[in-house]
Design a protein around this ligand. Structure first.
Ligand SMILES: *Cc1c(COP(=O)(O)O)cnc(C)c1O
Length: 222
């Protein structure tokens, strides 16, 4: 299977309400260009250095999403151009992004990362922590971040019902946040959920952004 045909197949398969983030981490420029030639415009990277190396070498209309764990000391490298930061997992990080956005005069689109998986190691707010954060009003003074929605990962398991339950938790949280705190905020609209192995379930459970790497580009060589 070629990159081009995988992109085309995914485009046919995904509903119009779900956009594709092609996760290009660890894959070279020429493979990204093949996906670009097939019409793909949103690409996801998880390391700041790699993203900053690729960005100037590739077409400027690419919408670069940062999907990894962001360290505060690297924020300023991506804030000038990043299209969406998926994994914001602390108020401290959000405040630092806000500060940098203000410095460069750019409102930075972000998703709050929510932990719903069984594994202990993953980053993110629990659904309750997220509700408390928003209810506490701490976000109100952050004028230079735009909270576009939430992002989460399901457990690494073959248990499809477990995965479905976790995506449903994410969608329920999104709905609660939307109806209580973001009702009049049209930019709060994204549910980033689903990867190569579980995106069909994520789509059924209301994903608006799927992050797919391996299925498009093949295995990564670390
Ligand atoms: C690497 C990565 C993906 C893509 O995973 P695949 O299984 O290759 O599709 C999606 N989301 C995040 C957060 C990632 O780090």
């Amino acid at each position: 299977m070629s990159i081009t045909s995988e992109i085309q197949k995914l485009r046919q398969e995904l509903p119009s309400s779900t956009r594709l983030v092609a996760v290009s981490k660890f894959h070279p420029i020429d493979e990204i260009l093949e996906a670009y030639a097939a019409g793909q415009r949103i690409f996801g990277e998880s390391r700041v250095q790699e993203l900053c190396e690729k960005h100037p070498l590739l077409p400027q209309d690419i919408d670069w999403h940062f999907i990894g764990h962001l360290q505060t000391n690297k924020i300023k490298q991506i804030v000038p151009f990043v299209g969406l930061i998926h994994g914001v997992d602390s108020l401290r990080l959000l405040k630092e992004i806000n500060k940098e956005g203000e410095r460069v005069g750019r409102k930075v689109p972000c998703l709050l990362q929510i932990h719903v998986a069984m594994e202990e190691t993953k980053f993110g707010f629990s659904p309750q922590e997220c509700l408390d954060l928003v209810a506490g009003g701490a976000l109100n003074s952050l004028d230079w971040v735009e909270i576009r929605g939430i992002m989460g990962m399901a457990s690494l398991t073959d248990d499809m019902e477990q995965i479905r339950t976790e995506f449903r938790q994410l969608y329920d949280l999104f709905n609660r946040l939307k109806s209580v705190y973001f009702q009049n905020d049209n930019s709060f609209s994204e549910r980033s959920m689903g990867m190569s192995d579980d995106y069909p379930i994520a789509v059924e459970e209301g994903s608006s952004l799927v992050r797919i790497g391996t299925r498009i580009f093949g295995l990564r060589h670390y």
